[in-house]
Design a protein around this ligand. Structure first.
Ligand code: EPU
Length: 432
């Protein structure tokens, strides 16, 4: 592979370069779920003793959360996929450093610190730009439990004399708001009912950890969650569920660039919507216990229409990588977004590689099949990065993907996993 190495200088940016056209074969093991992990780690501070998390993905979001835990004087040890969090000597301190801006999930410290100390000061959280991402539903939930909220200089202050259980109806079944309200309610006085709660598997995983810590939660996975407040929560251990979005990304990679790829450590039911769409396109798959065997396309793929929905509907996080596969289908496909209406930045990048995608109001139209060619493209957000990796694997020539920190926020050892399957991929620095 010609690396187009441009040397290293102070302005150098680390990129991923992929030479397309190599057929993938073999087995890939899916890591623990990012979007569960980024809530499980803050959840641990609600305990009075150590919490051991197993199957934690090695991603930069975990490192960023560890920085926040250390700022709160928690002990954190990360040994591969095992993370131990000991909040025994934790201090009630404001979270106002740059680290808060590194990820969206820092907002979970609002719920847990409010629940633990009845008080929290925290900067506005960061994360991928997917269009406006308000947190009004989180705040309304905290207010319903008794918190007073002020916002000044980019920082929220939440305070409550006491937290008292309440009935909270979410106008939208938000993943973040559902989890954050659970966090604030587990130690509140009396009963909290969250109606129109989100049902994503990550929420069930977080509730499972809280229950092992001593919380009393019922109805998770349905749209009504009931929480009876308890006085104390204790340390425990927990294994993170497999990442359904990483698994979905590898199903798409296998469909696009594979011959026979086994995607291992998955809960197939979590992927029902994607599996249906891949089958509709003509992809052949076999489900064997916790593995899915994917056979790369041999016939022209059929176009399909996708509409993103809350779980168990089609995941918004997967429409981006799937869009790349749709560029290879024979005809016109569409993607309609109902969760993040501006989540289409990947389309412009894919067009640089030869795709023919038009983006309208909350929807894209993908005209296929279009051969893709290598180019320098930018991962504008995490799942855009995934879409570009899929594209690079099937493109003619070398694709250079910049802003790879987005990809590293959510994909555990993606280079190594792809190399094991036979991809030609490397990282190097380029001049800006
Ligand atoms: N919303 C509001 N007000 C709120 C909260 C959400 O209007 O207070 C809106 C959002 O603007 C959005 C919709 O509700 O239009 C859904 O947002 P949700 O709160 O469900 O999303 P989130 O909790 O911020 C999580 C994942 C996202 C994933 C979404 C949807 C984490 C850390 N992030 O975000 O994951 O796309 O749920 O499933 O769990 C990713 O992994 O790439 C990613 C962005």
């Amino acid at each position: 592979m010609n690396t187009h190495k441009k040397g290293r200088n102070r302005m150098g940016e680390r990129i991923i370069a992929i030479e397309g056209g190599h057929k993938l074969n073999g087995t890939v093991r899916i890591s623990g779920a990012k979007n569960a992990t980024v809530a499980l780690i803050p959840a641990a501070v609600l305990a009075d003793g150590p919490v051991d998390l197993y199957g934690v993905p090695e991603i930069s979001d975990v490192a960023a959360l560890a920085v926040l835990l250390k700022e709160l004087n928690c002990e954190v040890s990360i040994k591969g996929e095992h993370v131990r969090i000991d909040p025994t000597n934790m201090l009630d301190l404001p979270l106002v450093s740059e680290a808060v801006n590194k990820l969206r999930a820092s907002y979970y410290f609002m719920g847990v610190l409010l629940g633990k100390y009845k008080k929290v000061q925290i900067r506005m959280p960061g994360g991928c730009y997917l269009g406006p991402r308000p947190i009004d539903l989180h705040l309304k939930g905290f207010e319903a439990l008794g918190a007073k909220i002020t916002y000044e200089d980019d920082t929220y202050t939440l305070e409550a004399e006491e937290l008292v259980g309440a009935n909270i109806y979410l106008d939208f079944a938000s993943v973040g708001a559902t989890i954050n309200i659970m966090f604030a309610a587990v130690k509140a006085k009396g009963k909290t009912v969250i109606e129109n709660a989100a049902k994503e598997p990550e929420i069930i995983d977080v509730a499972n950890l809280l229950t092992k810590m001593g919380a009393r939660i019922r109805g998770v996975g349905t749209d009504t969650i009931t929480i009876e407040g308890v006085e104390e929560l204790h340390g425990t251990f927990h294994e993170v569920i497999p990442d359904r979005i990483e698994a979905g990304t590898f199903l798409v990679i296998a469909a696009a660039a594979g011959e026979k790829v086994v995607v291992q450590n998955v809960i197939p039911q979590h992927l029902d919507a994607l599996i249906s769409k891949l089958k509709e396109m003509g992809i052949k798959m076999e489900i064997v216990a916790d593995s899915i065997v994917v056979y790369g396309a041999t016939e022209p793929l059929k176009p399909v229409n996708i509409k993103t929905q809350v779980y168990p509907g089609f995941a918004t996080d997967l429409q981006q990588p799937l869009t790349t596969l749709l560029t290879q289908a024979d005809g016109l496909s569409s993607v309609t977004e109902t969760i993040y209406v501006e989540r289409f930045k990947h389309c412009e990048q894919l067009n640089k590689m030869g795709a023919a995608i038009t983006v309208g109001d909350s929807a894209s139209l993908i005209a296929g099949p279009t051969p893709l060619h290598g180019a320098r493209v930018m991962a504008t957000d995490l799942r855009c990065g995934a879409a570009l990796v899929v594209a690079a694997l099937i493109a003619e020539g070398v694709t250079e993907i910049t802003n790879v920190y987005h990809i590293d926020r959510g994909y555990d050892n993606i280079d190594h996993k792809l190399i094991t399957l036979g991809a030609h991929i490397m990282r190097y620095e380029i001049e800006e």
